[in-house]
Design a protein. Sequence first.
Length: 343
Amino acid sequence: MQISNNKVSTCWDRIISWSIASSLLLLQVVIFNACEASGEKQERRWFSRNDSKSTSGTKDAEYGEFRYQGNDRTYLLYTPDSYKSDKAAALVVVLHGGHGDAKVALERTGFNEIADREGFLVLYPEGIGKYWNDGRSTVPGKADDVGFITTLIDHVAKQKNIDSRRVYVTGSSNGGLMTQRLACESPDRFAAFAAVIANFPVELEAVCISKHHASIMIINGKDDVLMPWAGGEIKKGRFVKGGGGAILSAEETAQFWAKKNQCDNKYDHIKLPDKDPSDDTRIEKFKYLGCKNGTEVILYAVDGGGHTWPGSKTRTLRISGKVSQDMNASEVIWEFFDRHRGQ
């Protein structure tokens, strides 16, 4: 059987085209892998004071490294223009969720904009491997993150004039669980706590024995598929990796903290205005009464809300659920923090 010259030419043209396409694809893969490998350095450079602007606030977030227990730990520090070194400023520590980082926490919460107006500093620490050791045996790694965060605050206090009576901590998901671990183990270091989309881990109940009272706010979505409102097991799967582990329900979490703060077994209950009917959410507020030493325990129930930060404008995964726009969680958290002073 004979093949015509035209057919041979066409065949070779196809082979050459295929080879070129394959080479280009291989080059793209190599470049992509190289970018992935250097991604951490790119992210750090993005936040350096000389290279880029932060997406929230009027100044850059300052990237820093801090060596703790043999590991180079990283963080971002935001200093508003209104900061004056001769006047002690409040410090808000913001903990990212699992698989997140300081950049995600900065963009999602918008605390820098509030800091510009109110004059406080914002510290965004980063967990090892994008995770915090919040006390669950199911989380990857066993870093001493309680020690790291409290030591990092001391480190920052050597650079900035921080009011030690006005240091606060908040976080979402894994960061919210870590916030509650700090409330258990270092309640005297913070004036108030705020945990978002994070119930209390069952494993922490037996070890949370400090008698120090701690004001705390909890903001949880009732339709959260990752951190179930009713408690049980944290979702752990292929696309939603929550680290697993058993948790109390949102109501039991509030009751746990109310008992620790010796509150009355009563609370005020109000429904917040439906500011954005299009978001299909409504928010209820439960504030416990008679808590000792002026402490507060407040639970916000976001009916229809998912595993999301209320008021956030950043994109979230579809599986995360609805983002309520009926309140700005960061504004509410700061108002809560600003009412409290430590010893």
